[in-house]
Design a protein around this ligand. Structure first.
Ligand code: SF4
Ligand code: SF4
Length: 490
């Protein structure tokens, strides 16, 4: 028996009918060990998503992206717009982890942890199942005429969808405005906070449209991650696949493997029957019951081979294991395995391979870089600048004058007073004029503070440096700022 089924030509995408219309997928209920694991993961992730804005660390939400004031708070750390490179660093790191995970375990992210899957399977499909019943009932009712029962159930389902979408969009908004502000806004009319209200409304419509109607289309059409699978995985990546050698030819008859699995395995690895007693199995283990197709949330038949639409949810594994168990045959006809082992189950699993070692090396470099980046993160920034458009220097009454600005940024979330003072050098007769030697800045605020420096013209020479020290009252390490003093050179 060949271990690959022939490629099926001109097959439409699983969610399309041949005439191009949408083939709305109605996955059947499934239970099993992977489904149980998914439920636990869904529950944990949902709690995390919903609880993060509620947890207070240092008087701020654990995750608070304060867009209005261009600052963000992550697990007790406060960052502002100048720290955006850190976010970029963090996001690239997360993307990289995803690449490594995909190389090892295929689309485990899509099937177990992607918010699209978590909320679709964990909430919206549960509601649908609760209101409209199991797959067959839903499909039968959909195909039937509109009556009181159908209309009532549809209205109830969509009302619940809208309600949950509103609930989730409010939580989503709380990541950006903080929960106390959100609760405050909810008690006031939308006209007092039109922008936040508009965001909430748009988000609710998107969530409702996505989870009520668009569903798996997001994974198939929009999500770029699924498109990258062929570049991220290799033949040793753990994927969900169908054991063609064991399952084919599919049919209802009692397979040889049920009588003698070992003999069936020998026959499979020697399709001609060479080396055996010539007994070729009439049918394989697949009884063609269609359960693996019915439970698939993207509507594909995994028996046709690894497909772009497969999100690695393992529902078909649980469904087929259940069928095999009932038939008293070995489970694992559909299972997690590498493509190489689907072709030849006798070869050992291979985890370490060159691409993975390279990924791990790059990941370690990223972790080291991230640690250095976080350690270099400072609670205030101070830079010495020249005012834009100003003259470099002015000569007046035999004095050379430079005007500079100290740009101060308070990156913390509380008020801090900063002290500015010149760093005197007895060898250089600079005269410093500081109109604002003390500057109080609110958390996240910044300010340009002018400083005038004068020098007798006859003391002017090349390489003179203006030196200022900035001290934060909350005890952070003082900074010394320098800039070249400009003037006419003799
Ligand atoms: S669930 Fe298993 S036995 Fe049933 S059609 Fe799918 S592969 Fe064949
Ligand atoms: S083929 Fe199996 S693993 Fe892939 S999406 Fe369908 S049910 Fe999930």
């Amino acid at each position: 028996m060949p271990r690959h089924l022939p490629v099926l030509p001109n097959q439409p995408a699983s969610s399309l009918n041949k005439d191009g219309t949408r083939n709305f997928v109605h996955p059947a209920d499934v239970s099993g060990r992977f489904t149980n694991v998914r439920w636990v993961v869904f529950a944990v992730l949902m709690v995390i998503y919903l609880v993060l804005p509620l947890i207070q660390i240092g008087g701020r939400p654990a995750v608070f992206l304060d867009v209005e004031h261009r600052r963000f708070f992550l697990f007790g750390g406060s960052f502002n717009a100048q720290d955006f490179w850190l976010v970029f660093f963090l996001l690239t790191g997360i993307a990289f982890v995803l690449i490594v995970v995909t190389t090892l375990w295929g689309r485990v992210w899509c099937g177990y942890a992607c918010p699209q899957t978590v909320f679709l399977e964990g909430v919206y499909r549960r509601i649908e199942r609760f209101v409209e019943g199991p797959r067959n009932e839903r499909m039968k009712r959909n195909a039937g005429p509109w009556n009181a029962s159908k209309t009532g159930r549809k209205i109830a389902k969509h009302a619940l969808f809208v309600l949950f979408s509103l609930f989730f969009s409010h939580f989503f908004l709380s990541y950006f405005v903080s929960l106390p502000s959100l609760l405050d806004m909810m008690q006031r009319p939308p006209s007092e906070h039109p922008q936040a209200f508009a965001w909430m409304a748009v988000m609710s419509v998107i969530l409702y449209g996505n989870f009520a109607w668009f569903r798996e289309q997001l994974c198939l059409i929009i999500c770029p991650y699924g498109r990258l699978q062929s570049t991220l995985t290799d033949r040793d990546t753990l994927v969900i696949g169908y054991d063609v050698g064991r399952g084919e030819p599919r049919g209802k008859k009692k397979p040889l493997s049920a009588r003698d699995p070992e003999q069936a395995r020998r026959l499979v690895s020697s399709p001609s029957g060479e080396g055996t007693d010539g007994d070729v199995p009439e049918v394989g283990d697949c009884v063609d019951c269609g359960r693996c197709v019915h439970v698939c949330p993207t509507g594909i038949d995994i028996r046709n081979g690894l497909q772009l639409e497969c999100i690695g949810c393992a529902a078909c594994v649980d469904a087929c294991d259940d069928v095999m168990t009932k038939l008293k045959r070995p489970t694992g006809l559909i299972r997690y395995d590498s493509q190489r082992r689907f072709d030849d189950p006798s070869i050992p699993k291979k985890i370490f391979r060159p691409r993975l070692l390279i990924y791990v090396a790059v990941f370690v470099a990223w972790v080291v870089g991230m640690v250095f980046a976080l350690r270099s993160h400072e609670p205030f920034a101070a830079n010495l600048l020249r005012p834009p458009g100003g003259t470099p220097y002015v000569v007046e009454d035999d004095l050379v004058r430079n005007t500079v600005q100290v740009h101060l940024v308070n990156k913390t979330d509380h008020d801090v007073t900063y002290h500015l003072e010149p760093v005197e050098d007895p060898a250089v007769p600079f005269e410093y004029v500081l109109p604002m030697p003390e500057v109080e800045l609110a958390g996240g605020a910044d300010r340009h503070v002018p400083v005038i420096v004068r020098l007798p013209e006859d003391a002017m020479r090349r390489g003179l440096m203006v030196r200022l020290r900035v001290r934060a009252e909350d005890g952070d390490t003082p900074r010394e700022l320098t800039a070249t003093f400009l003037g006419p050179l003799r």
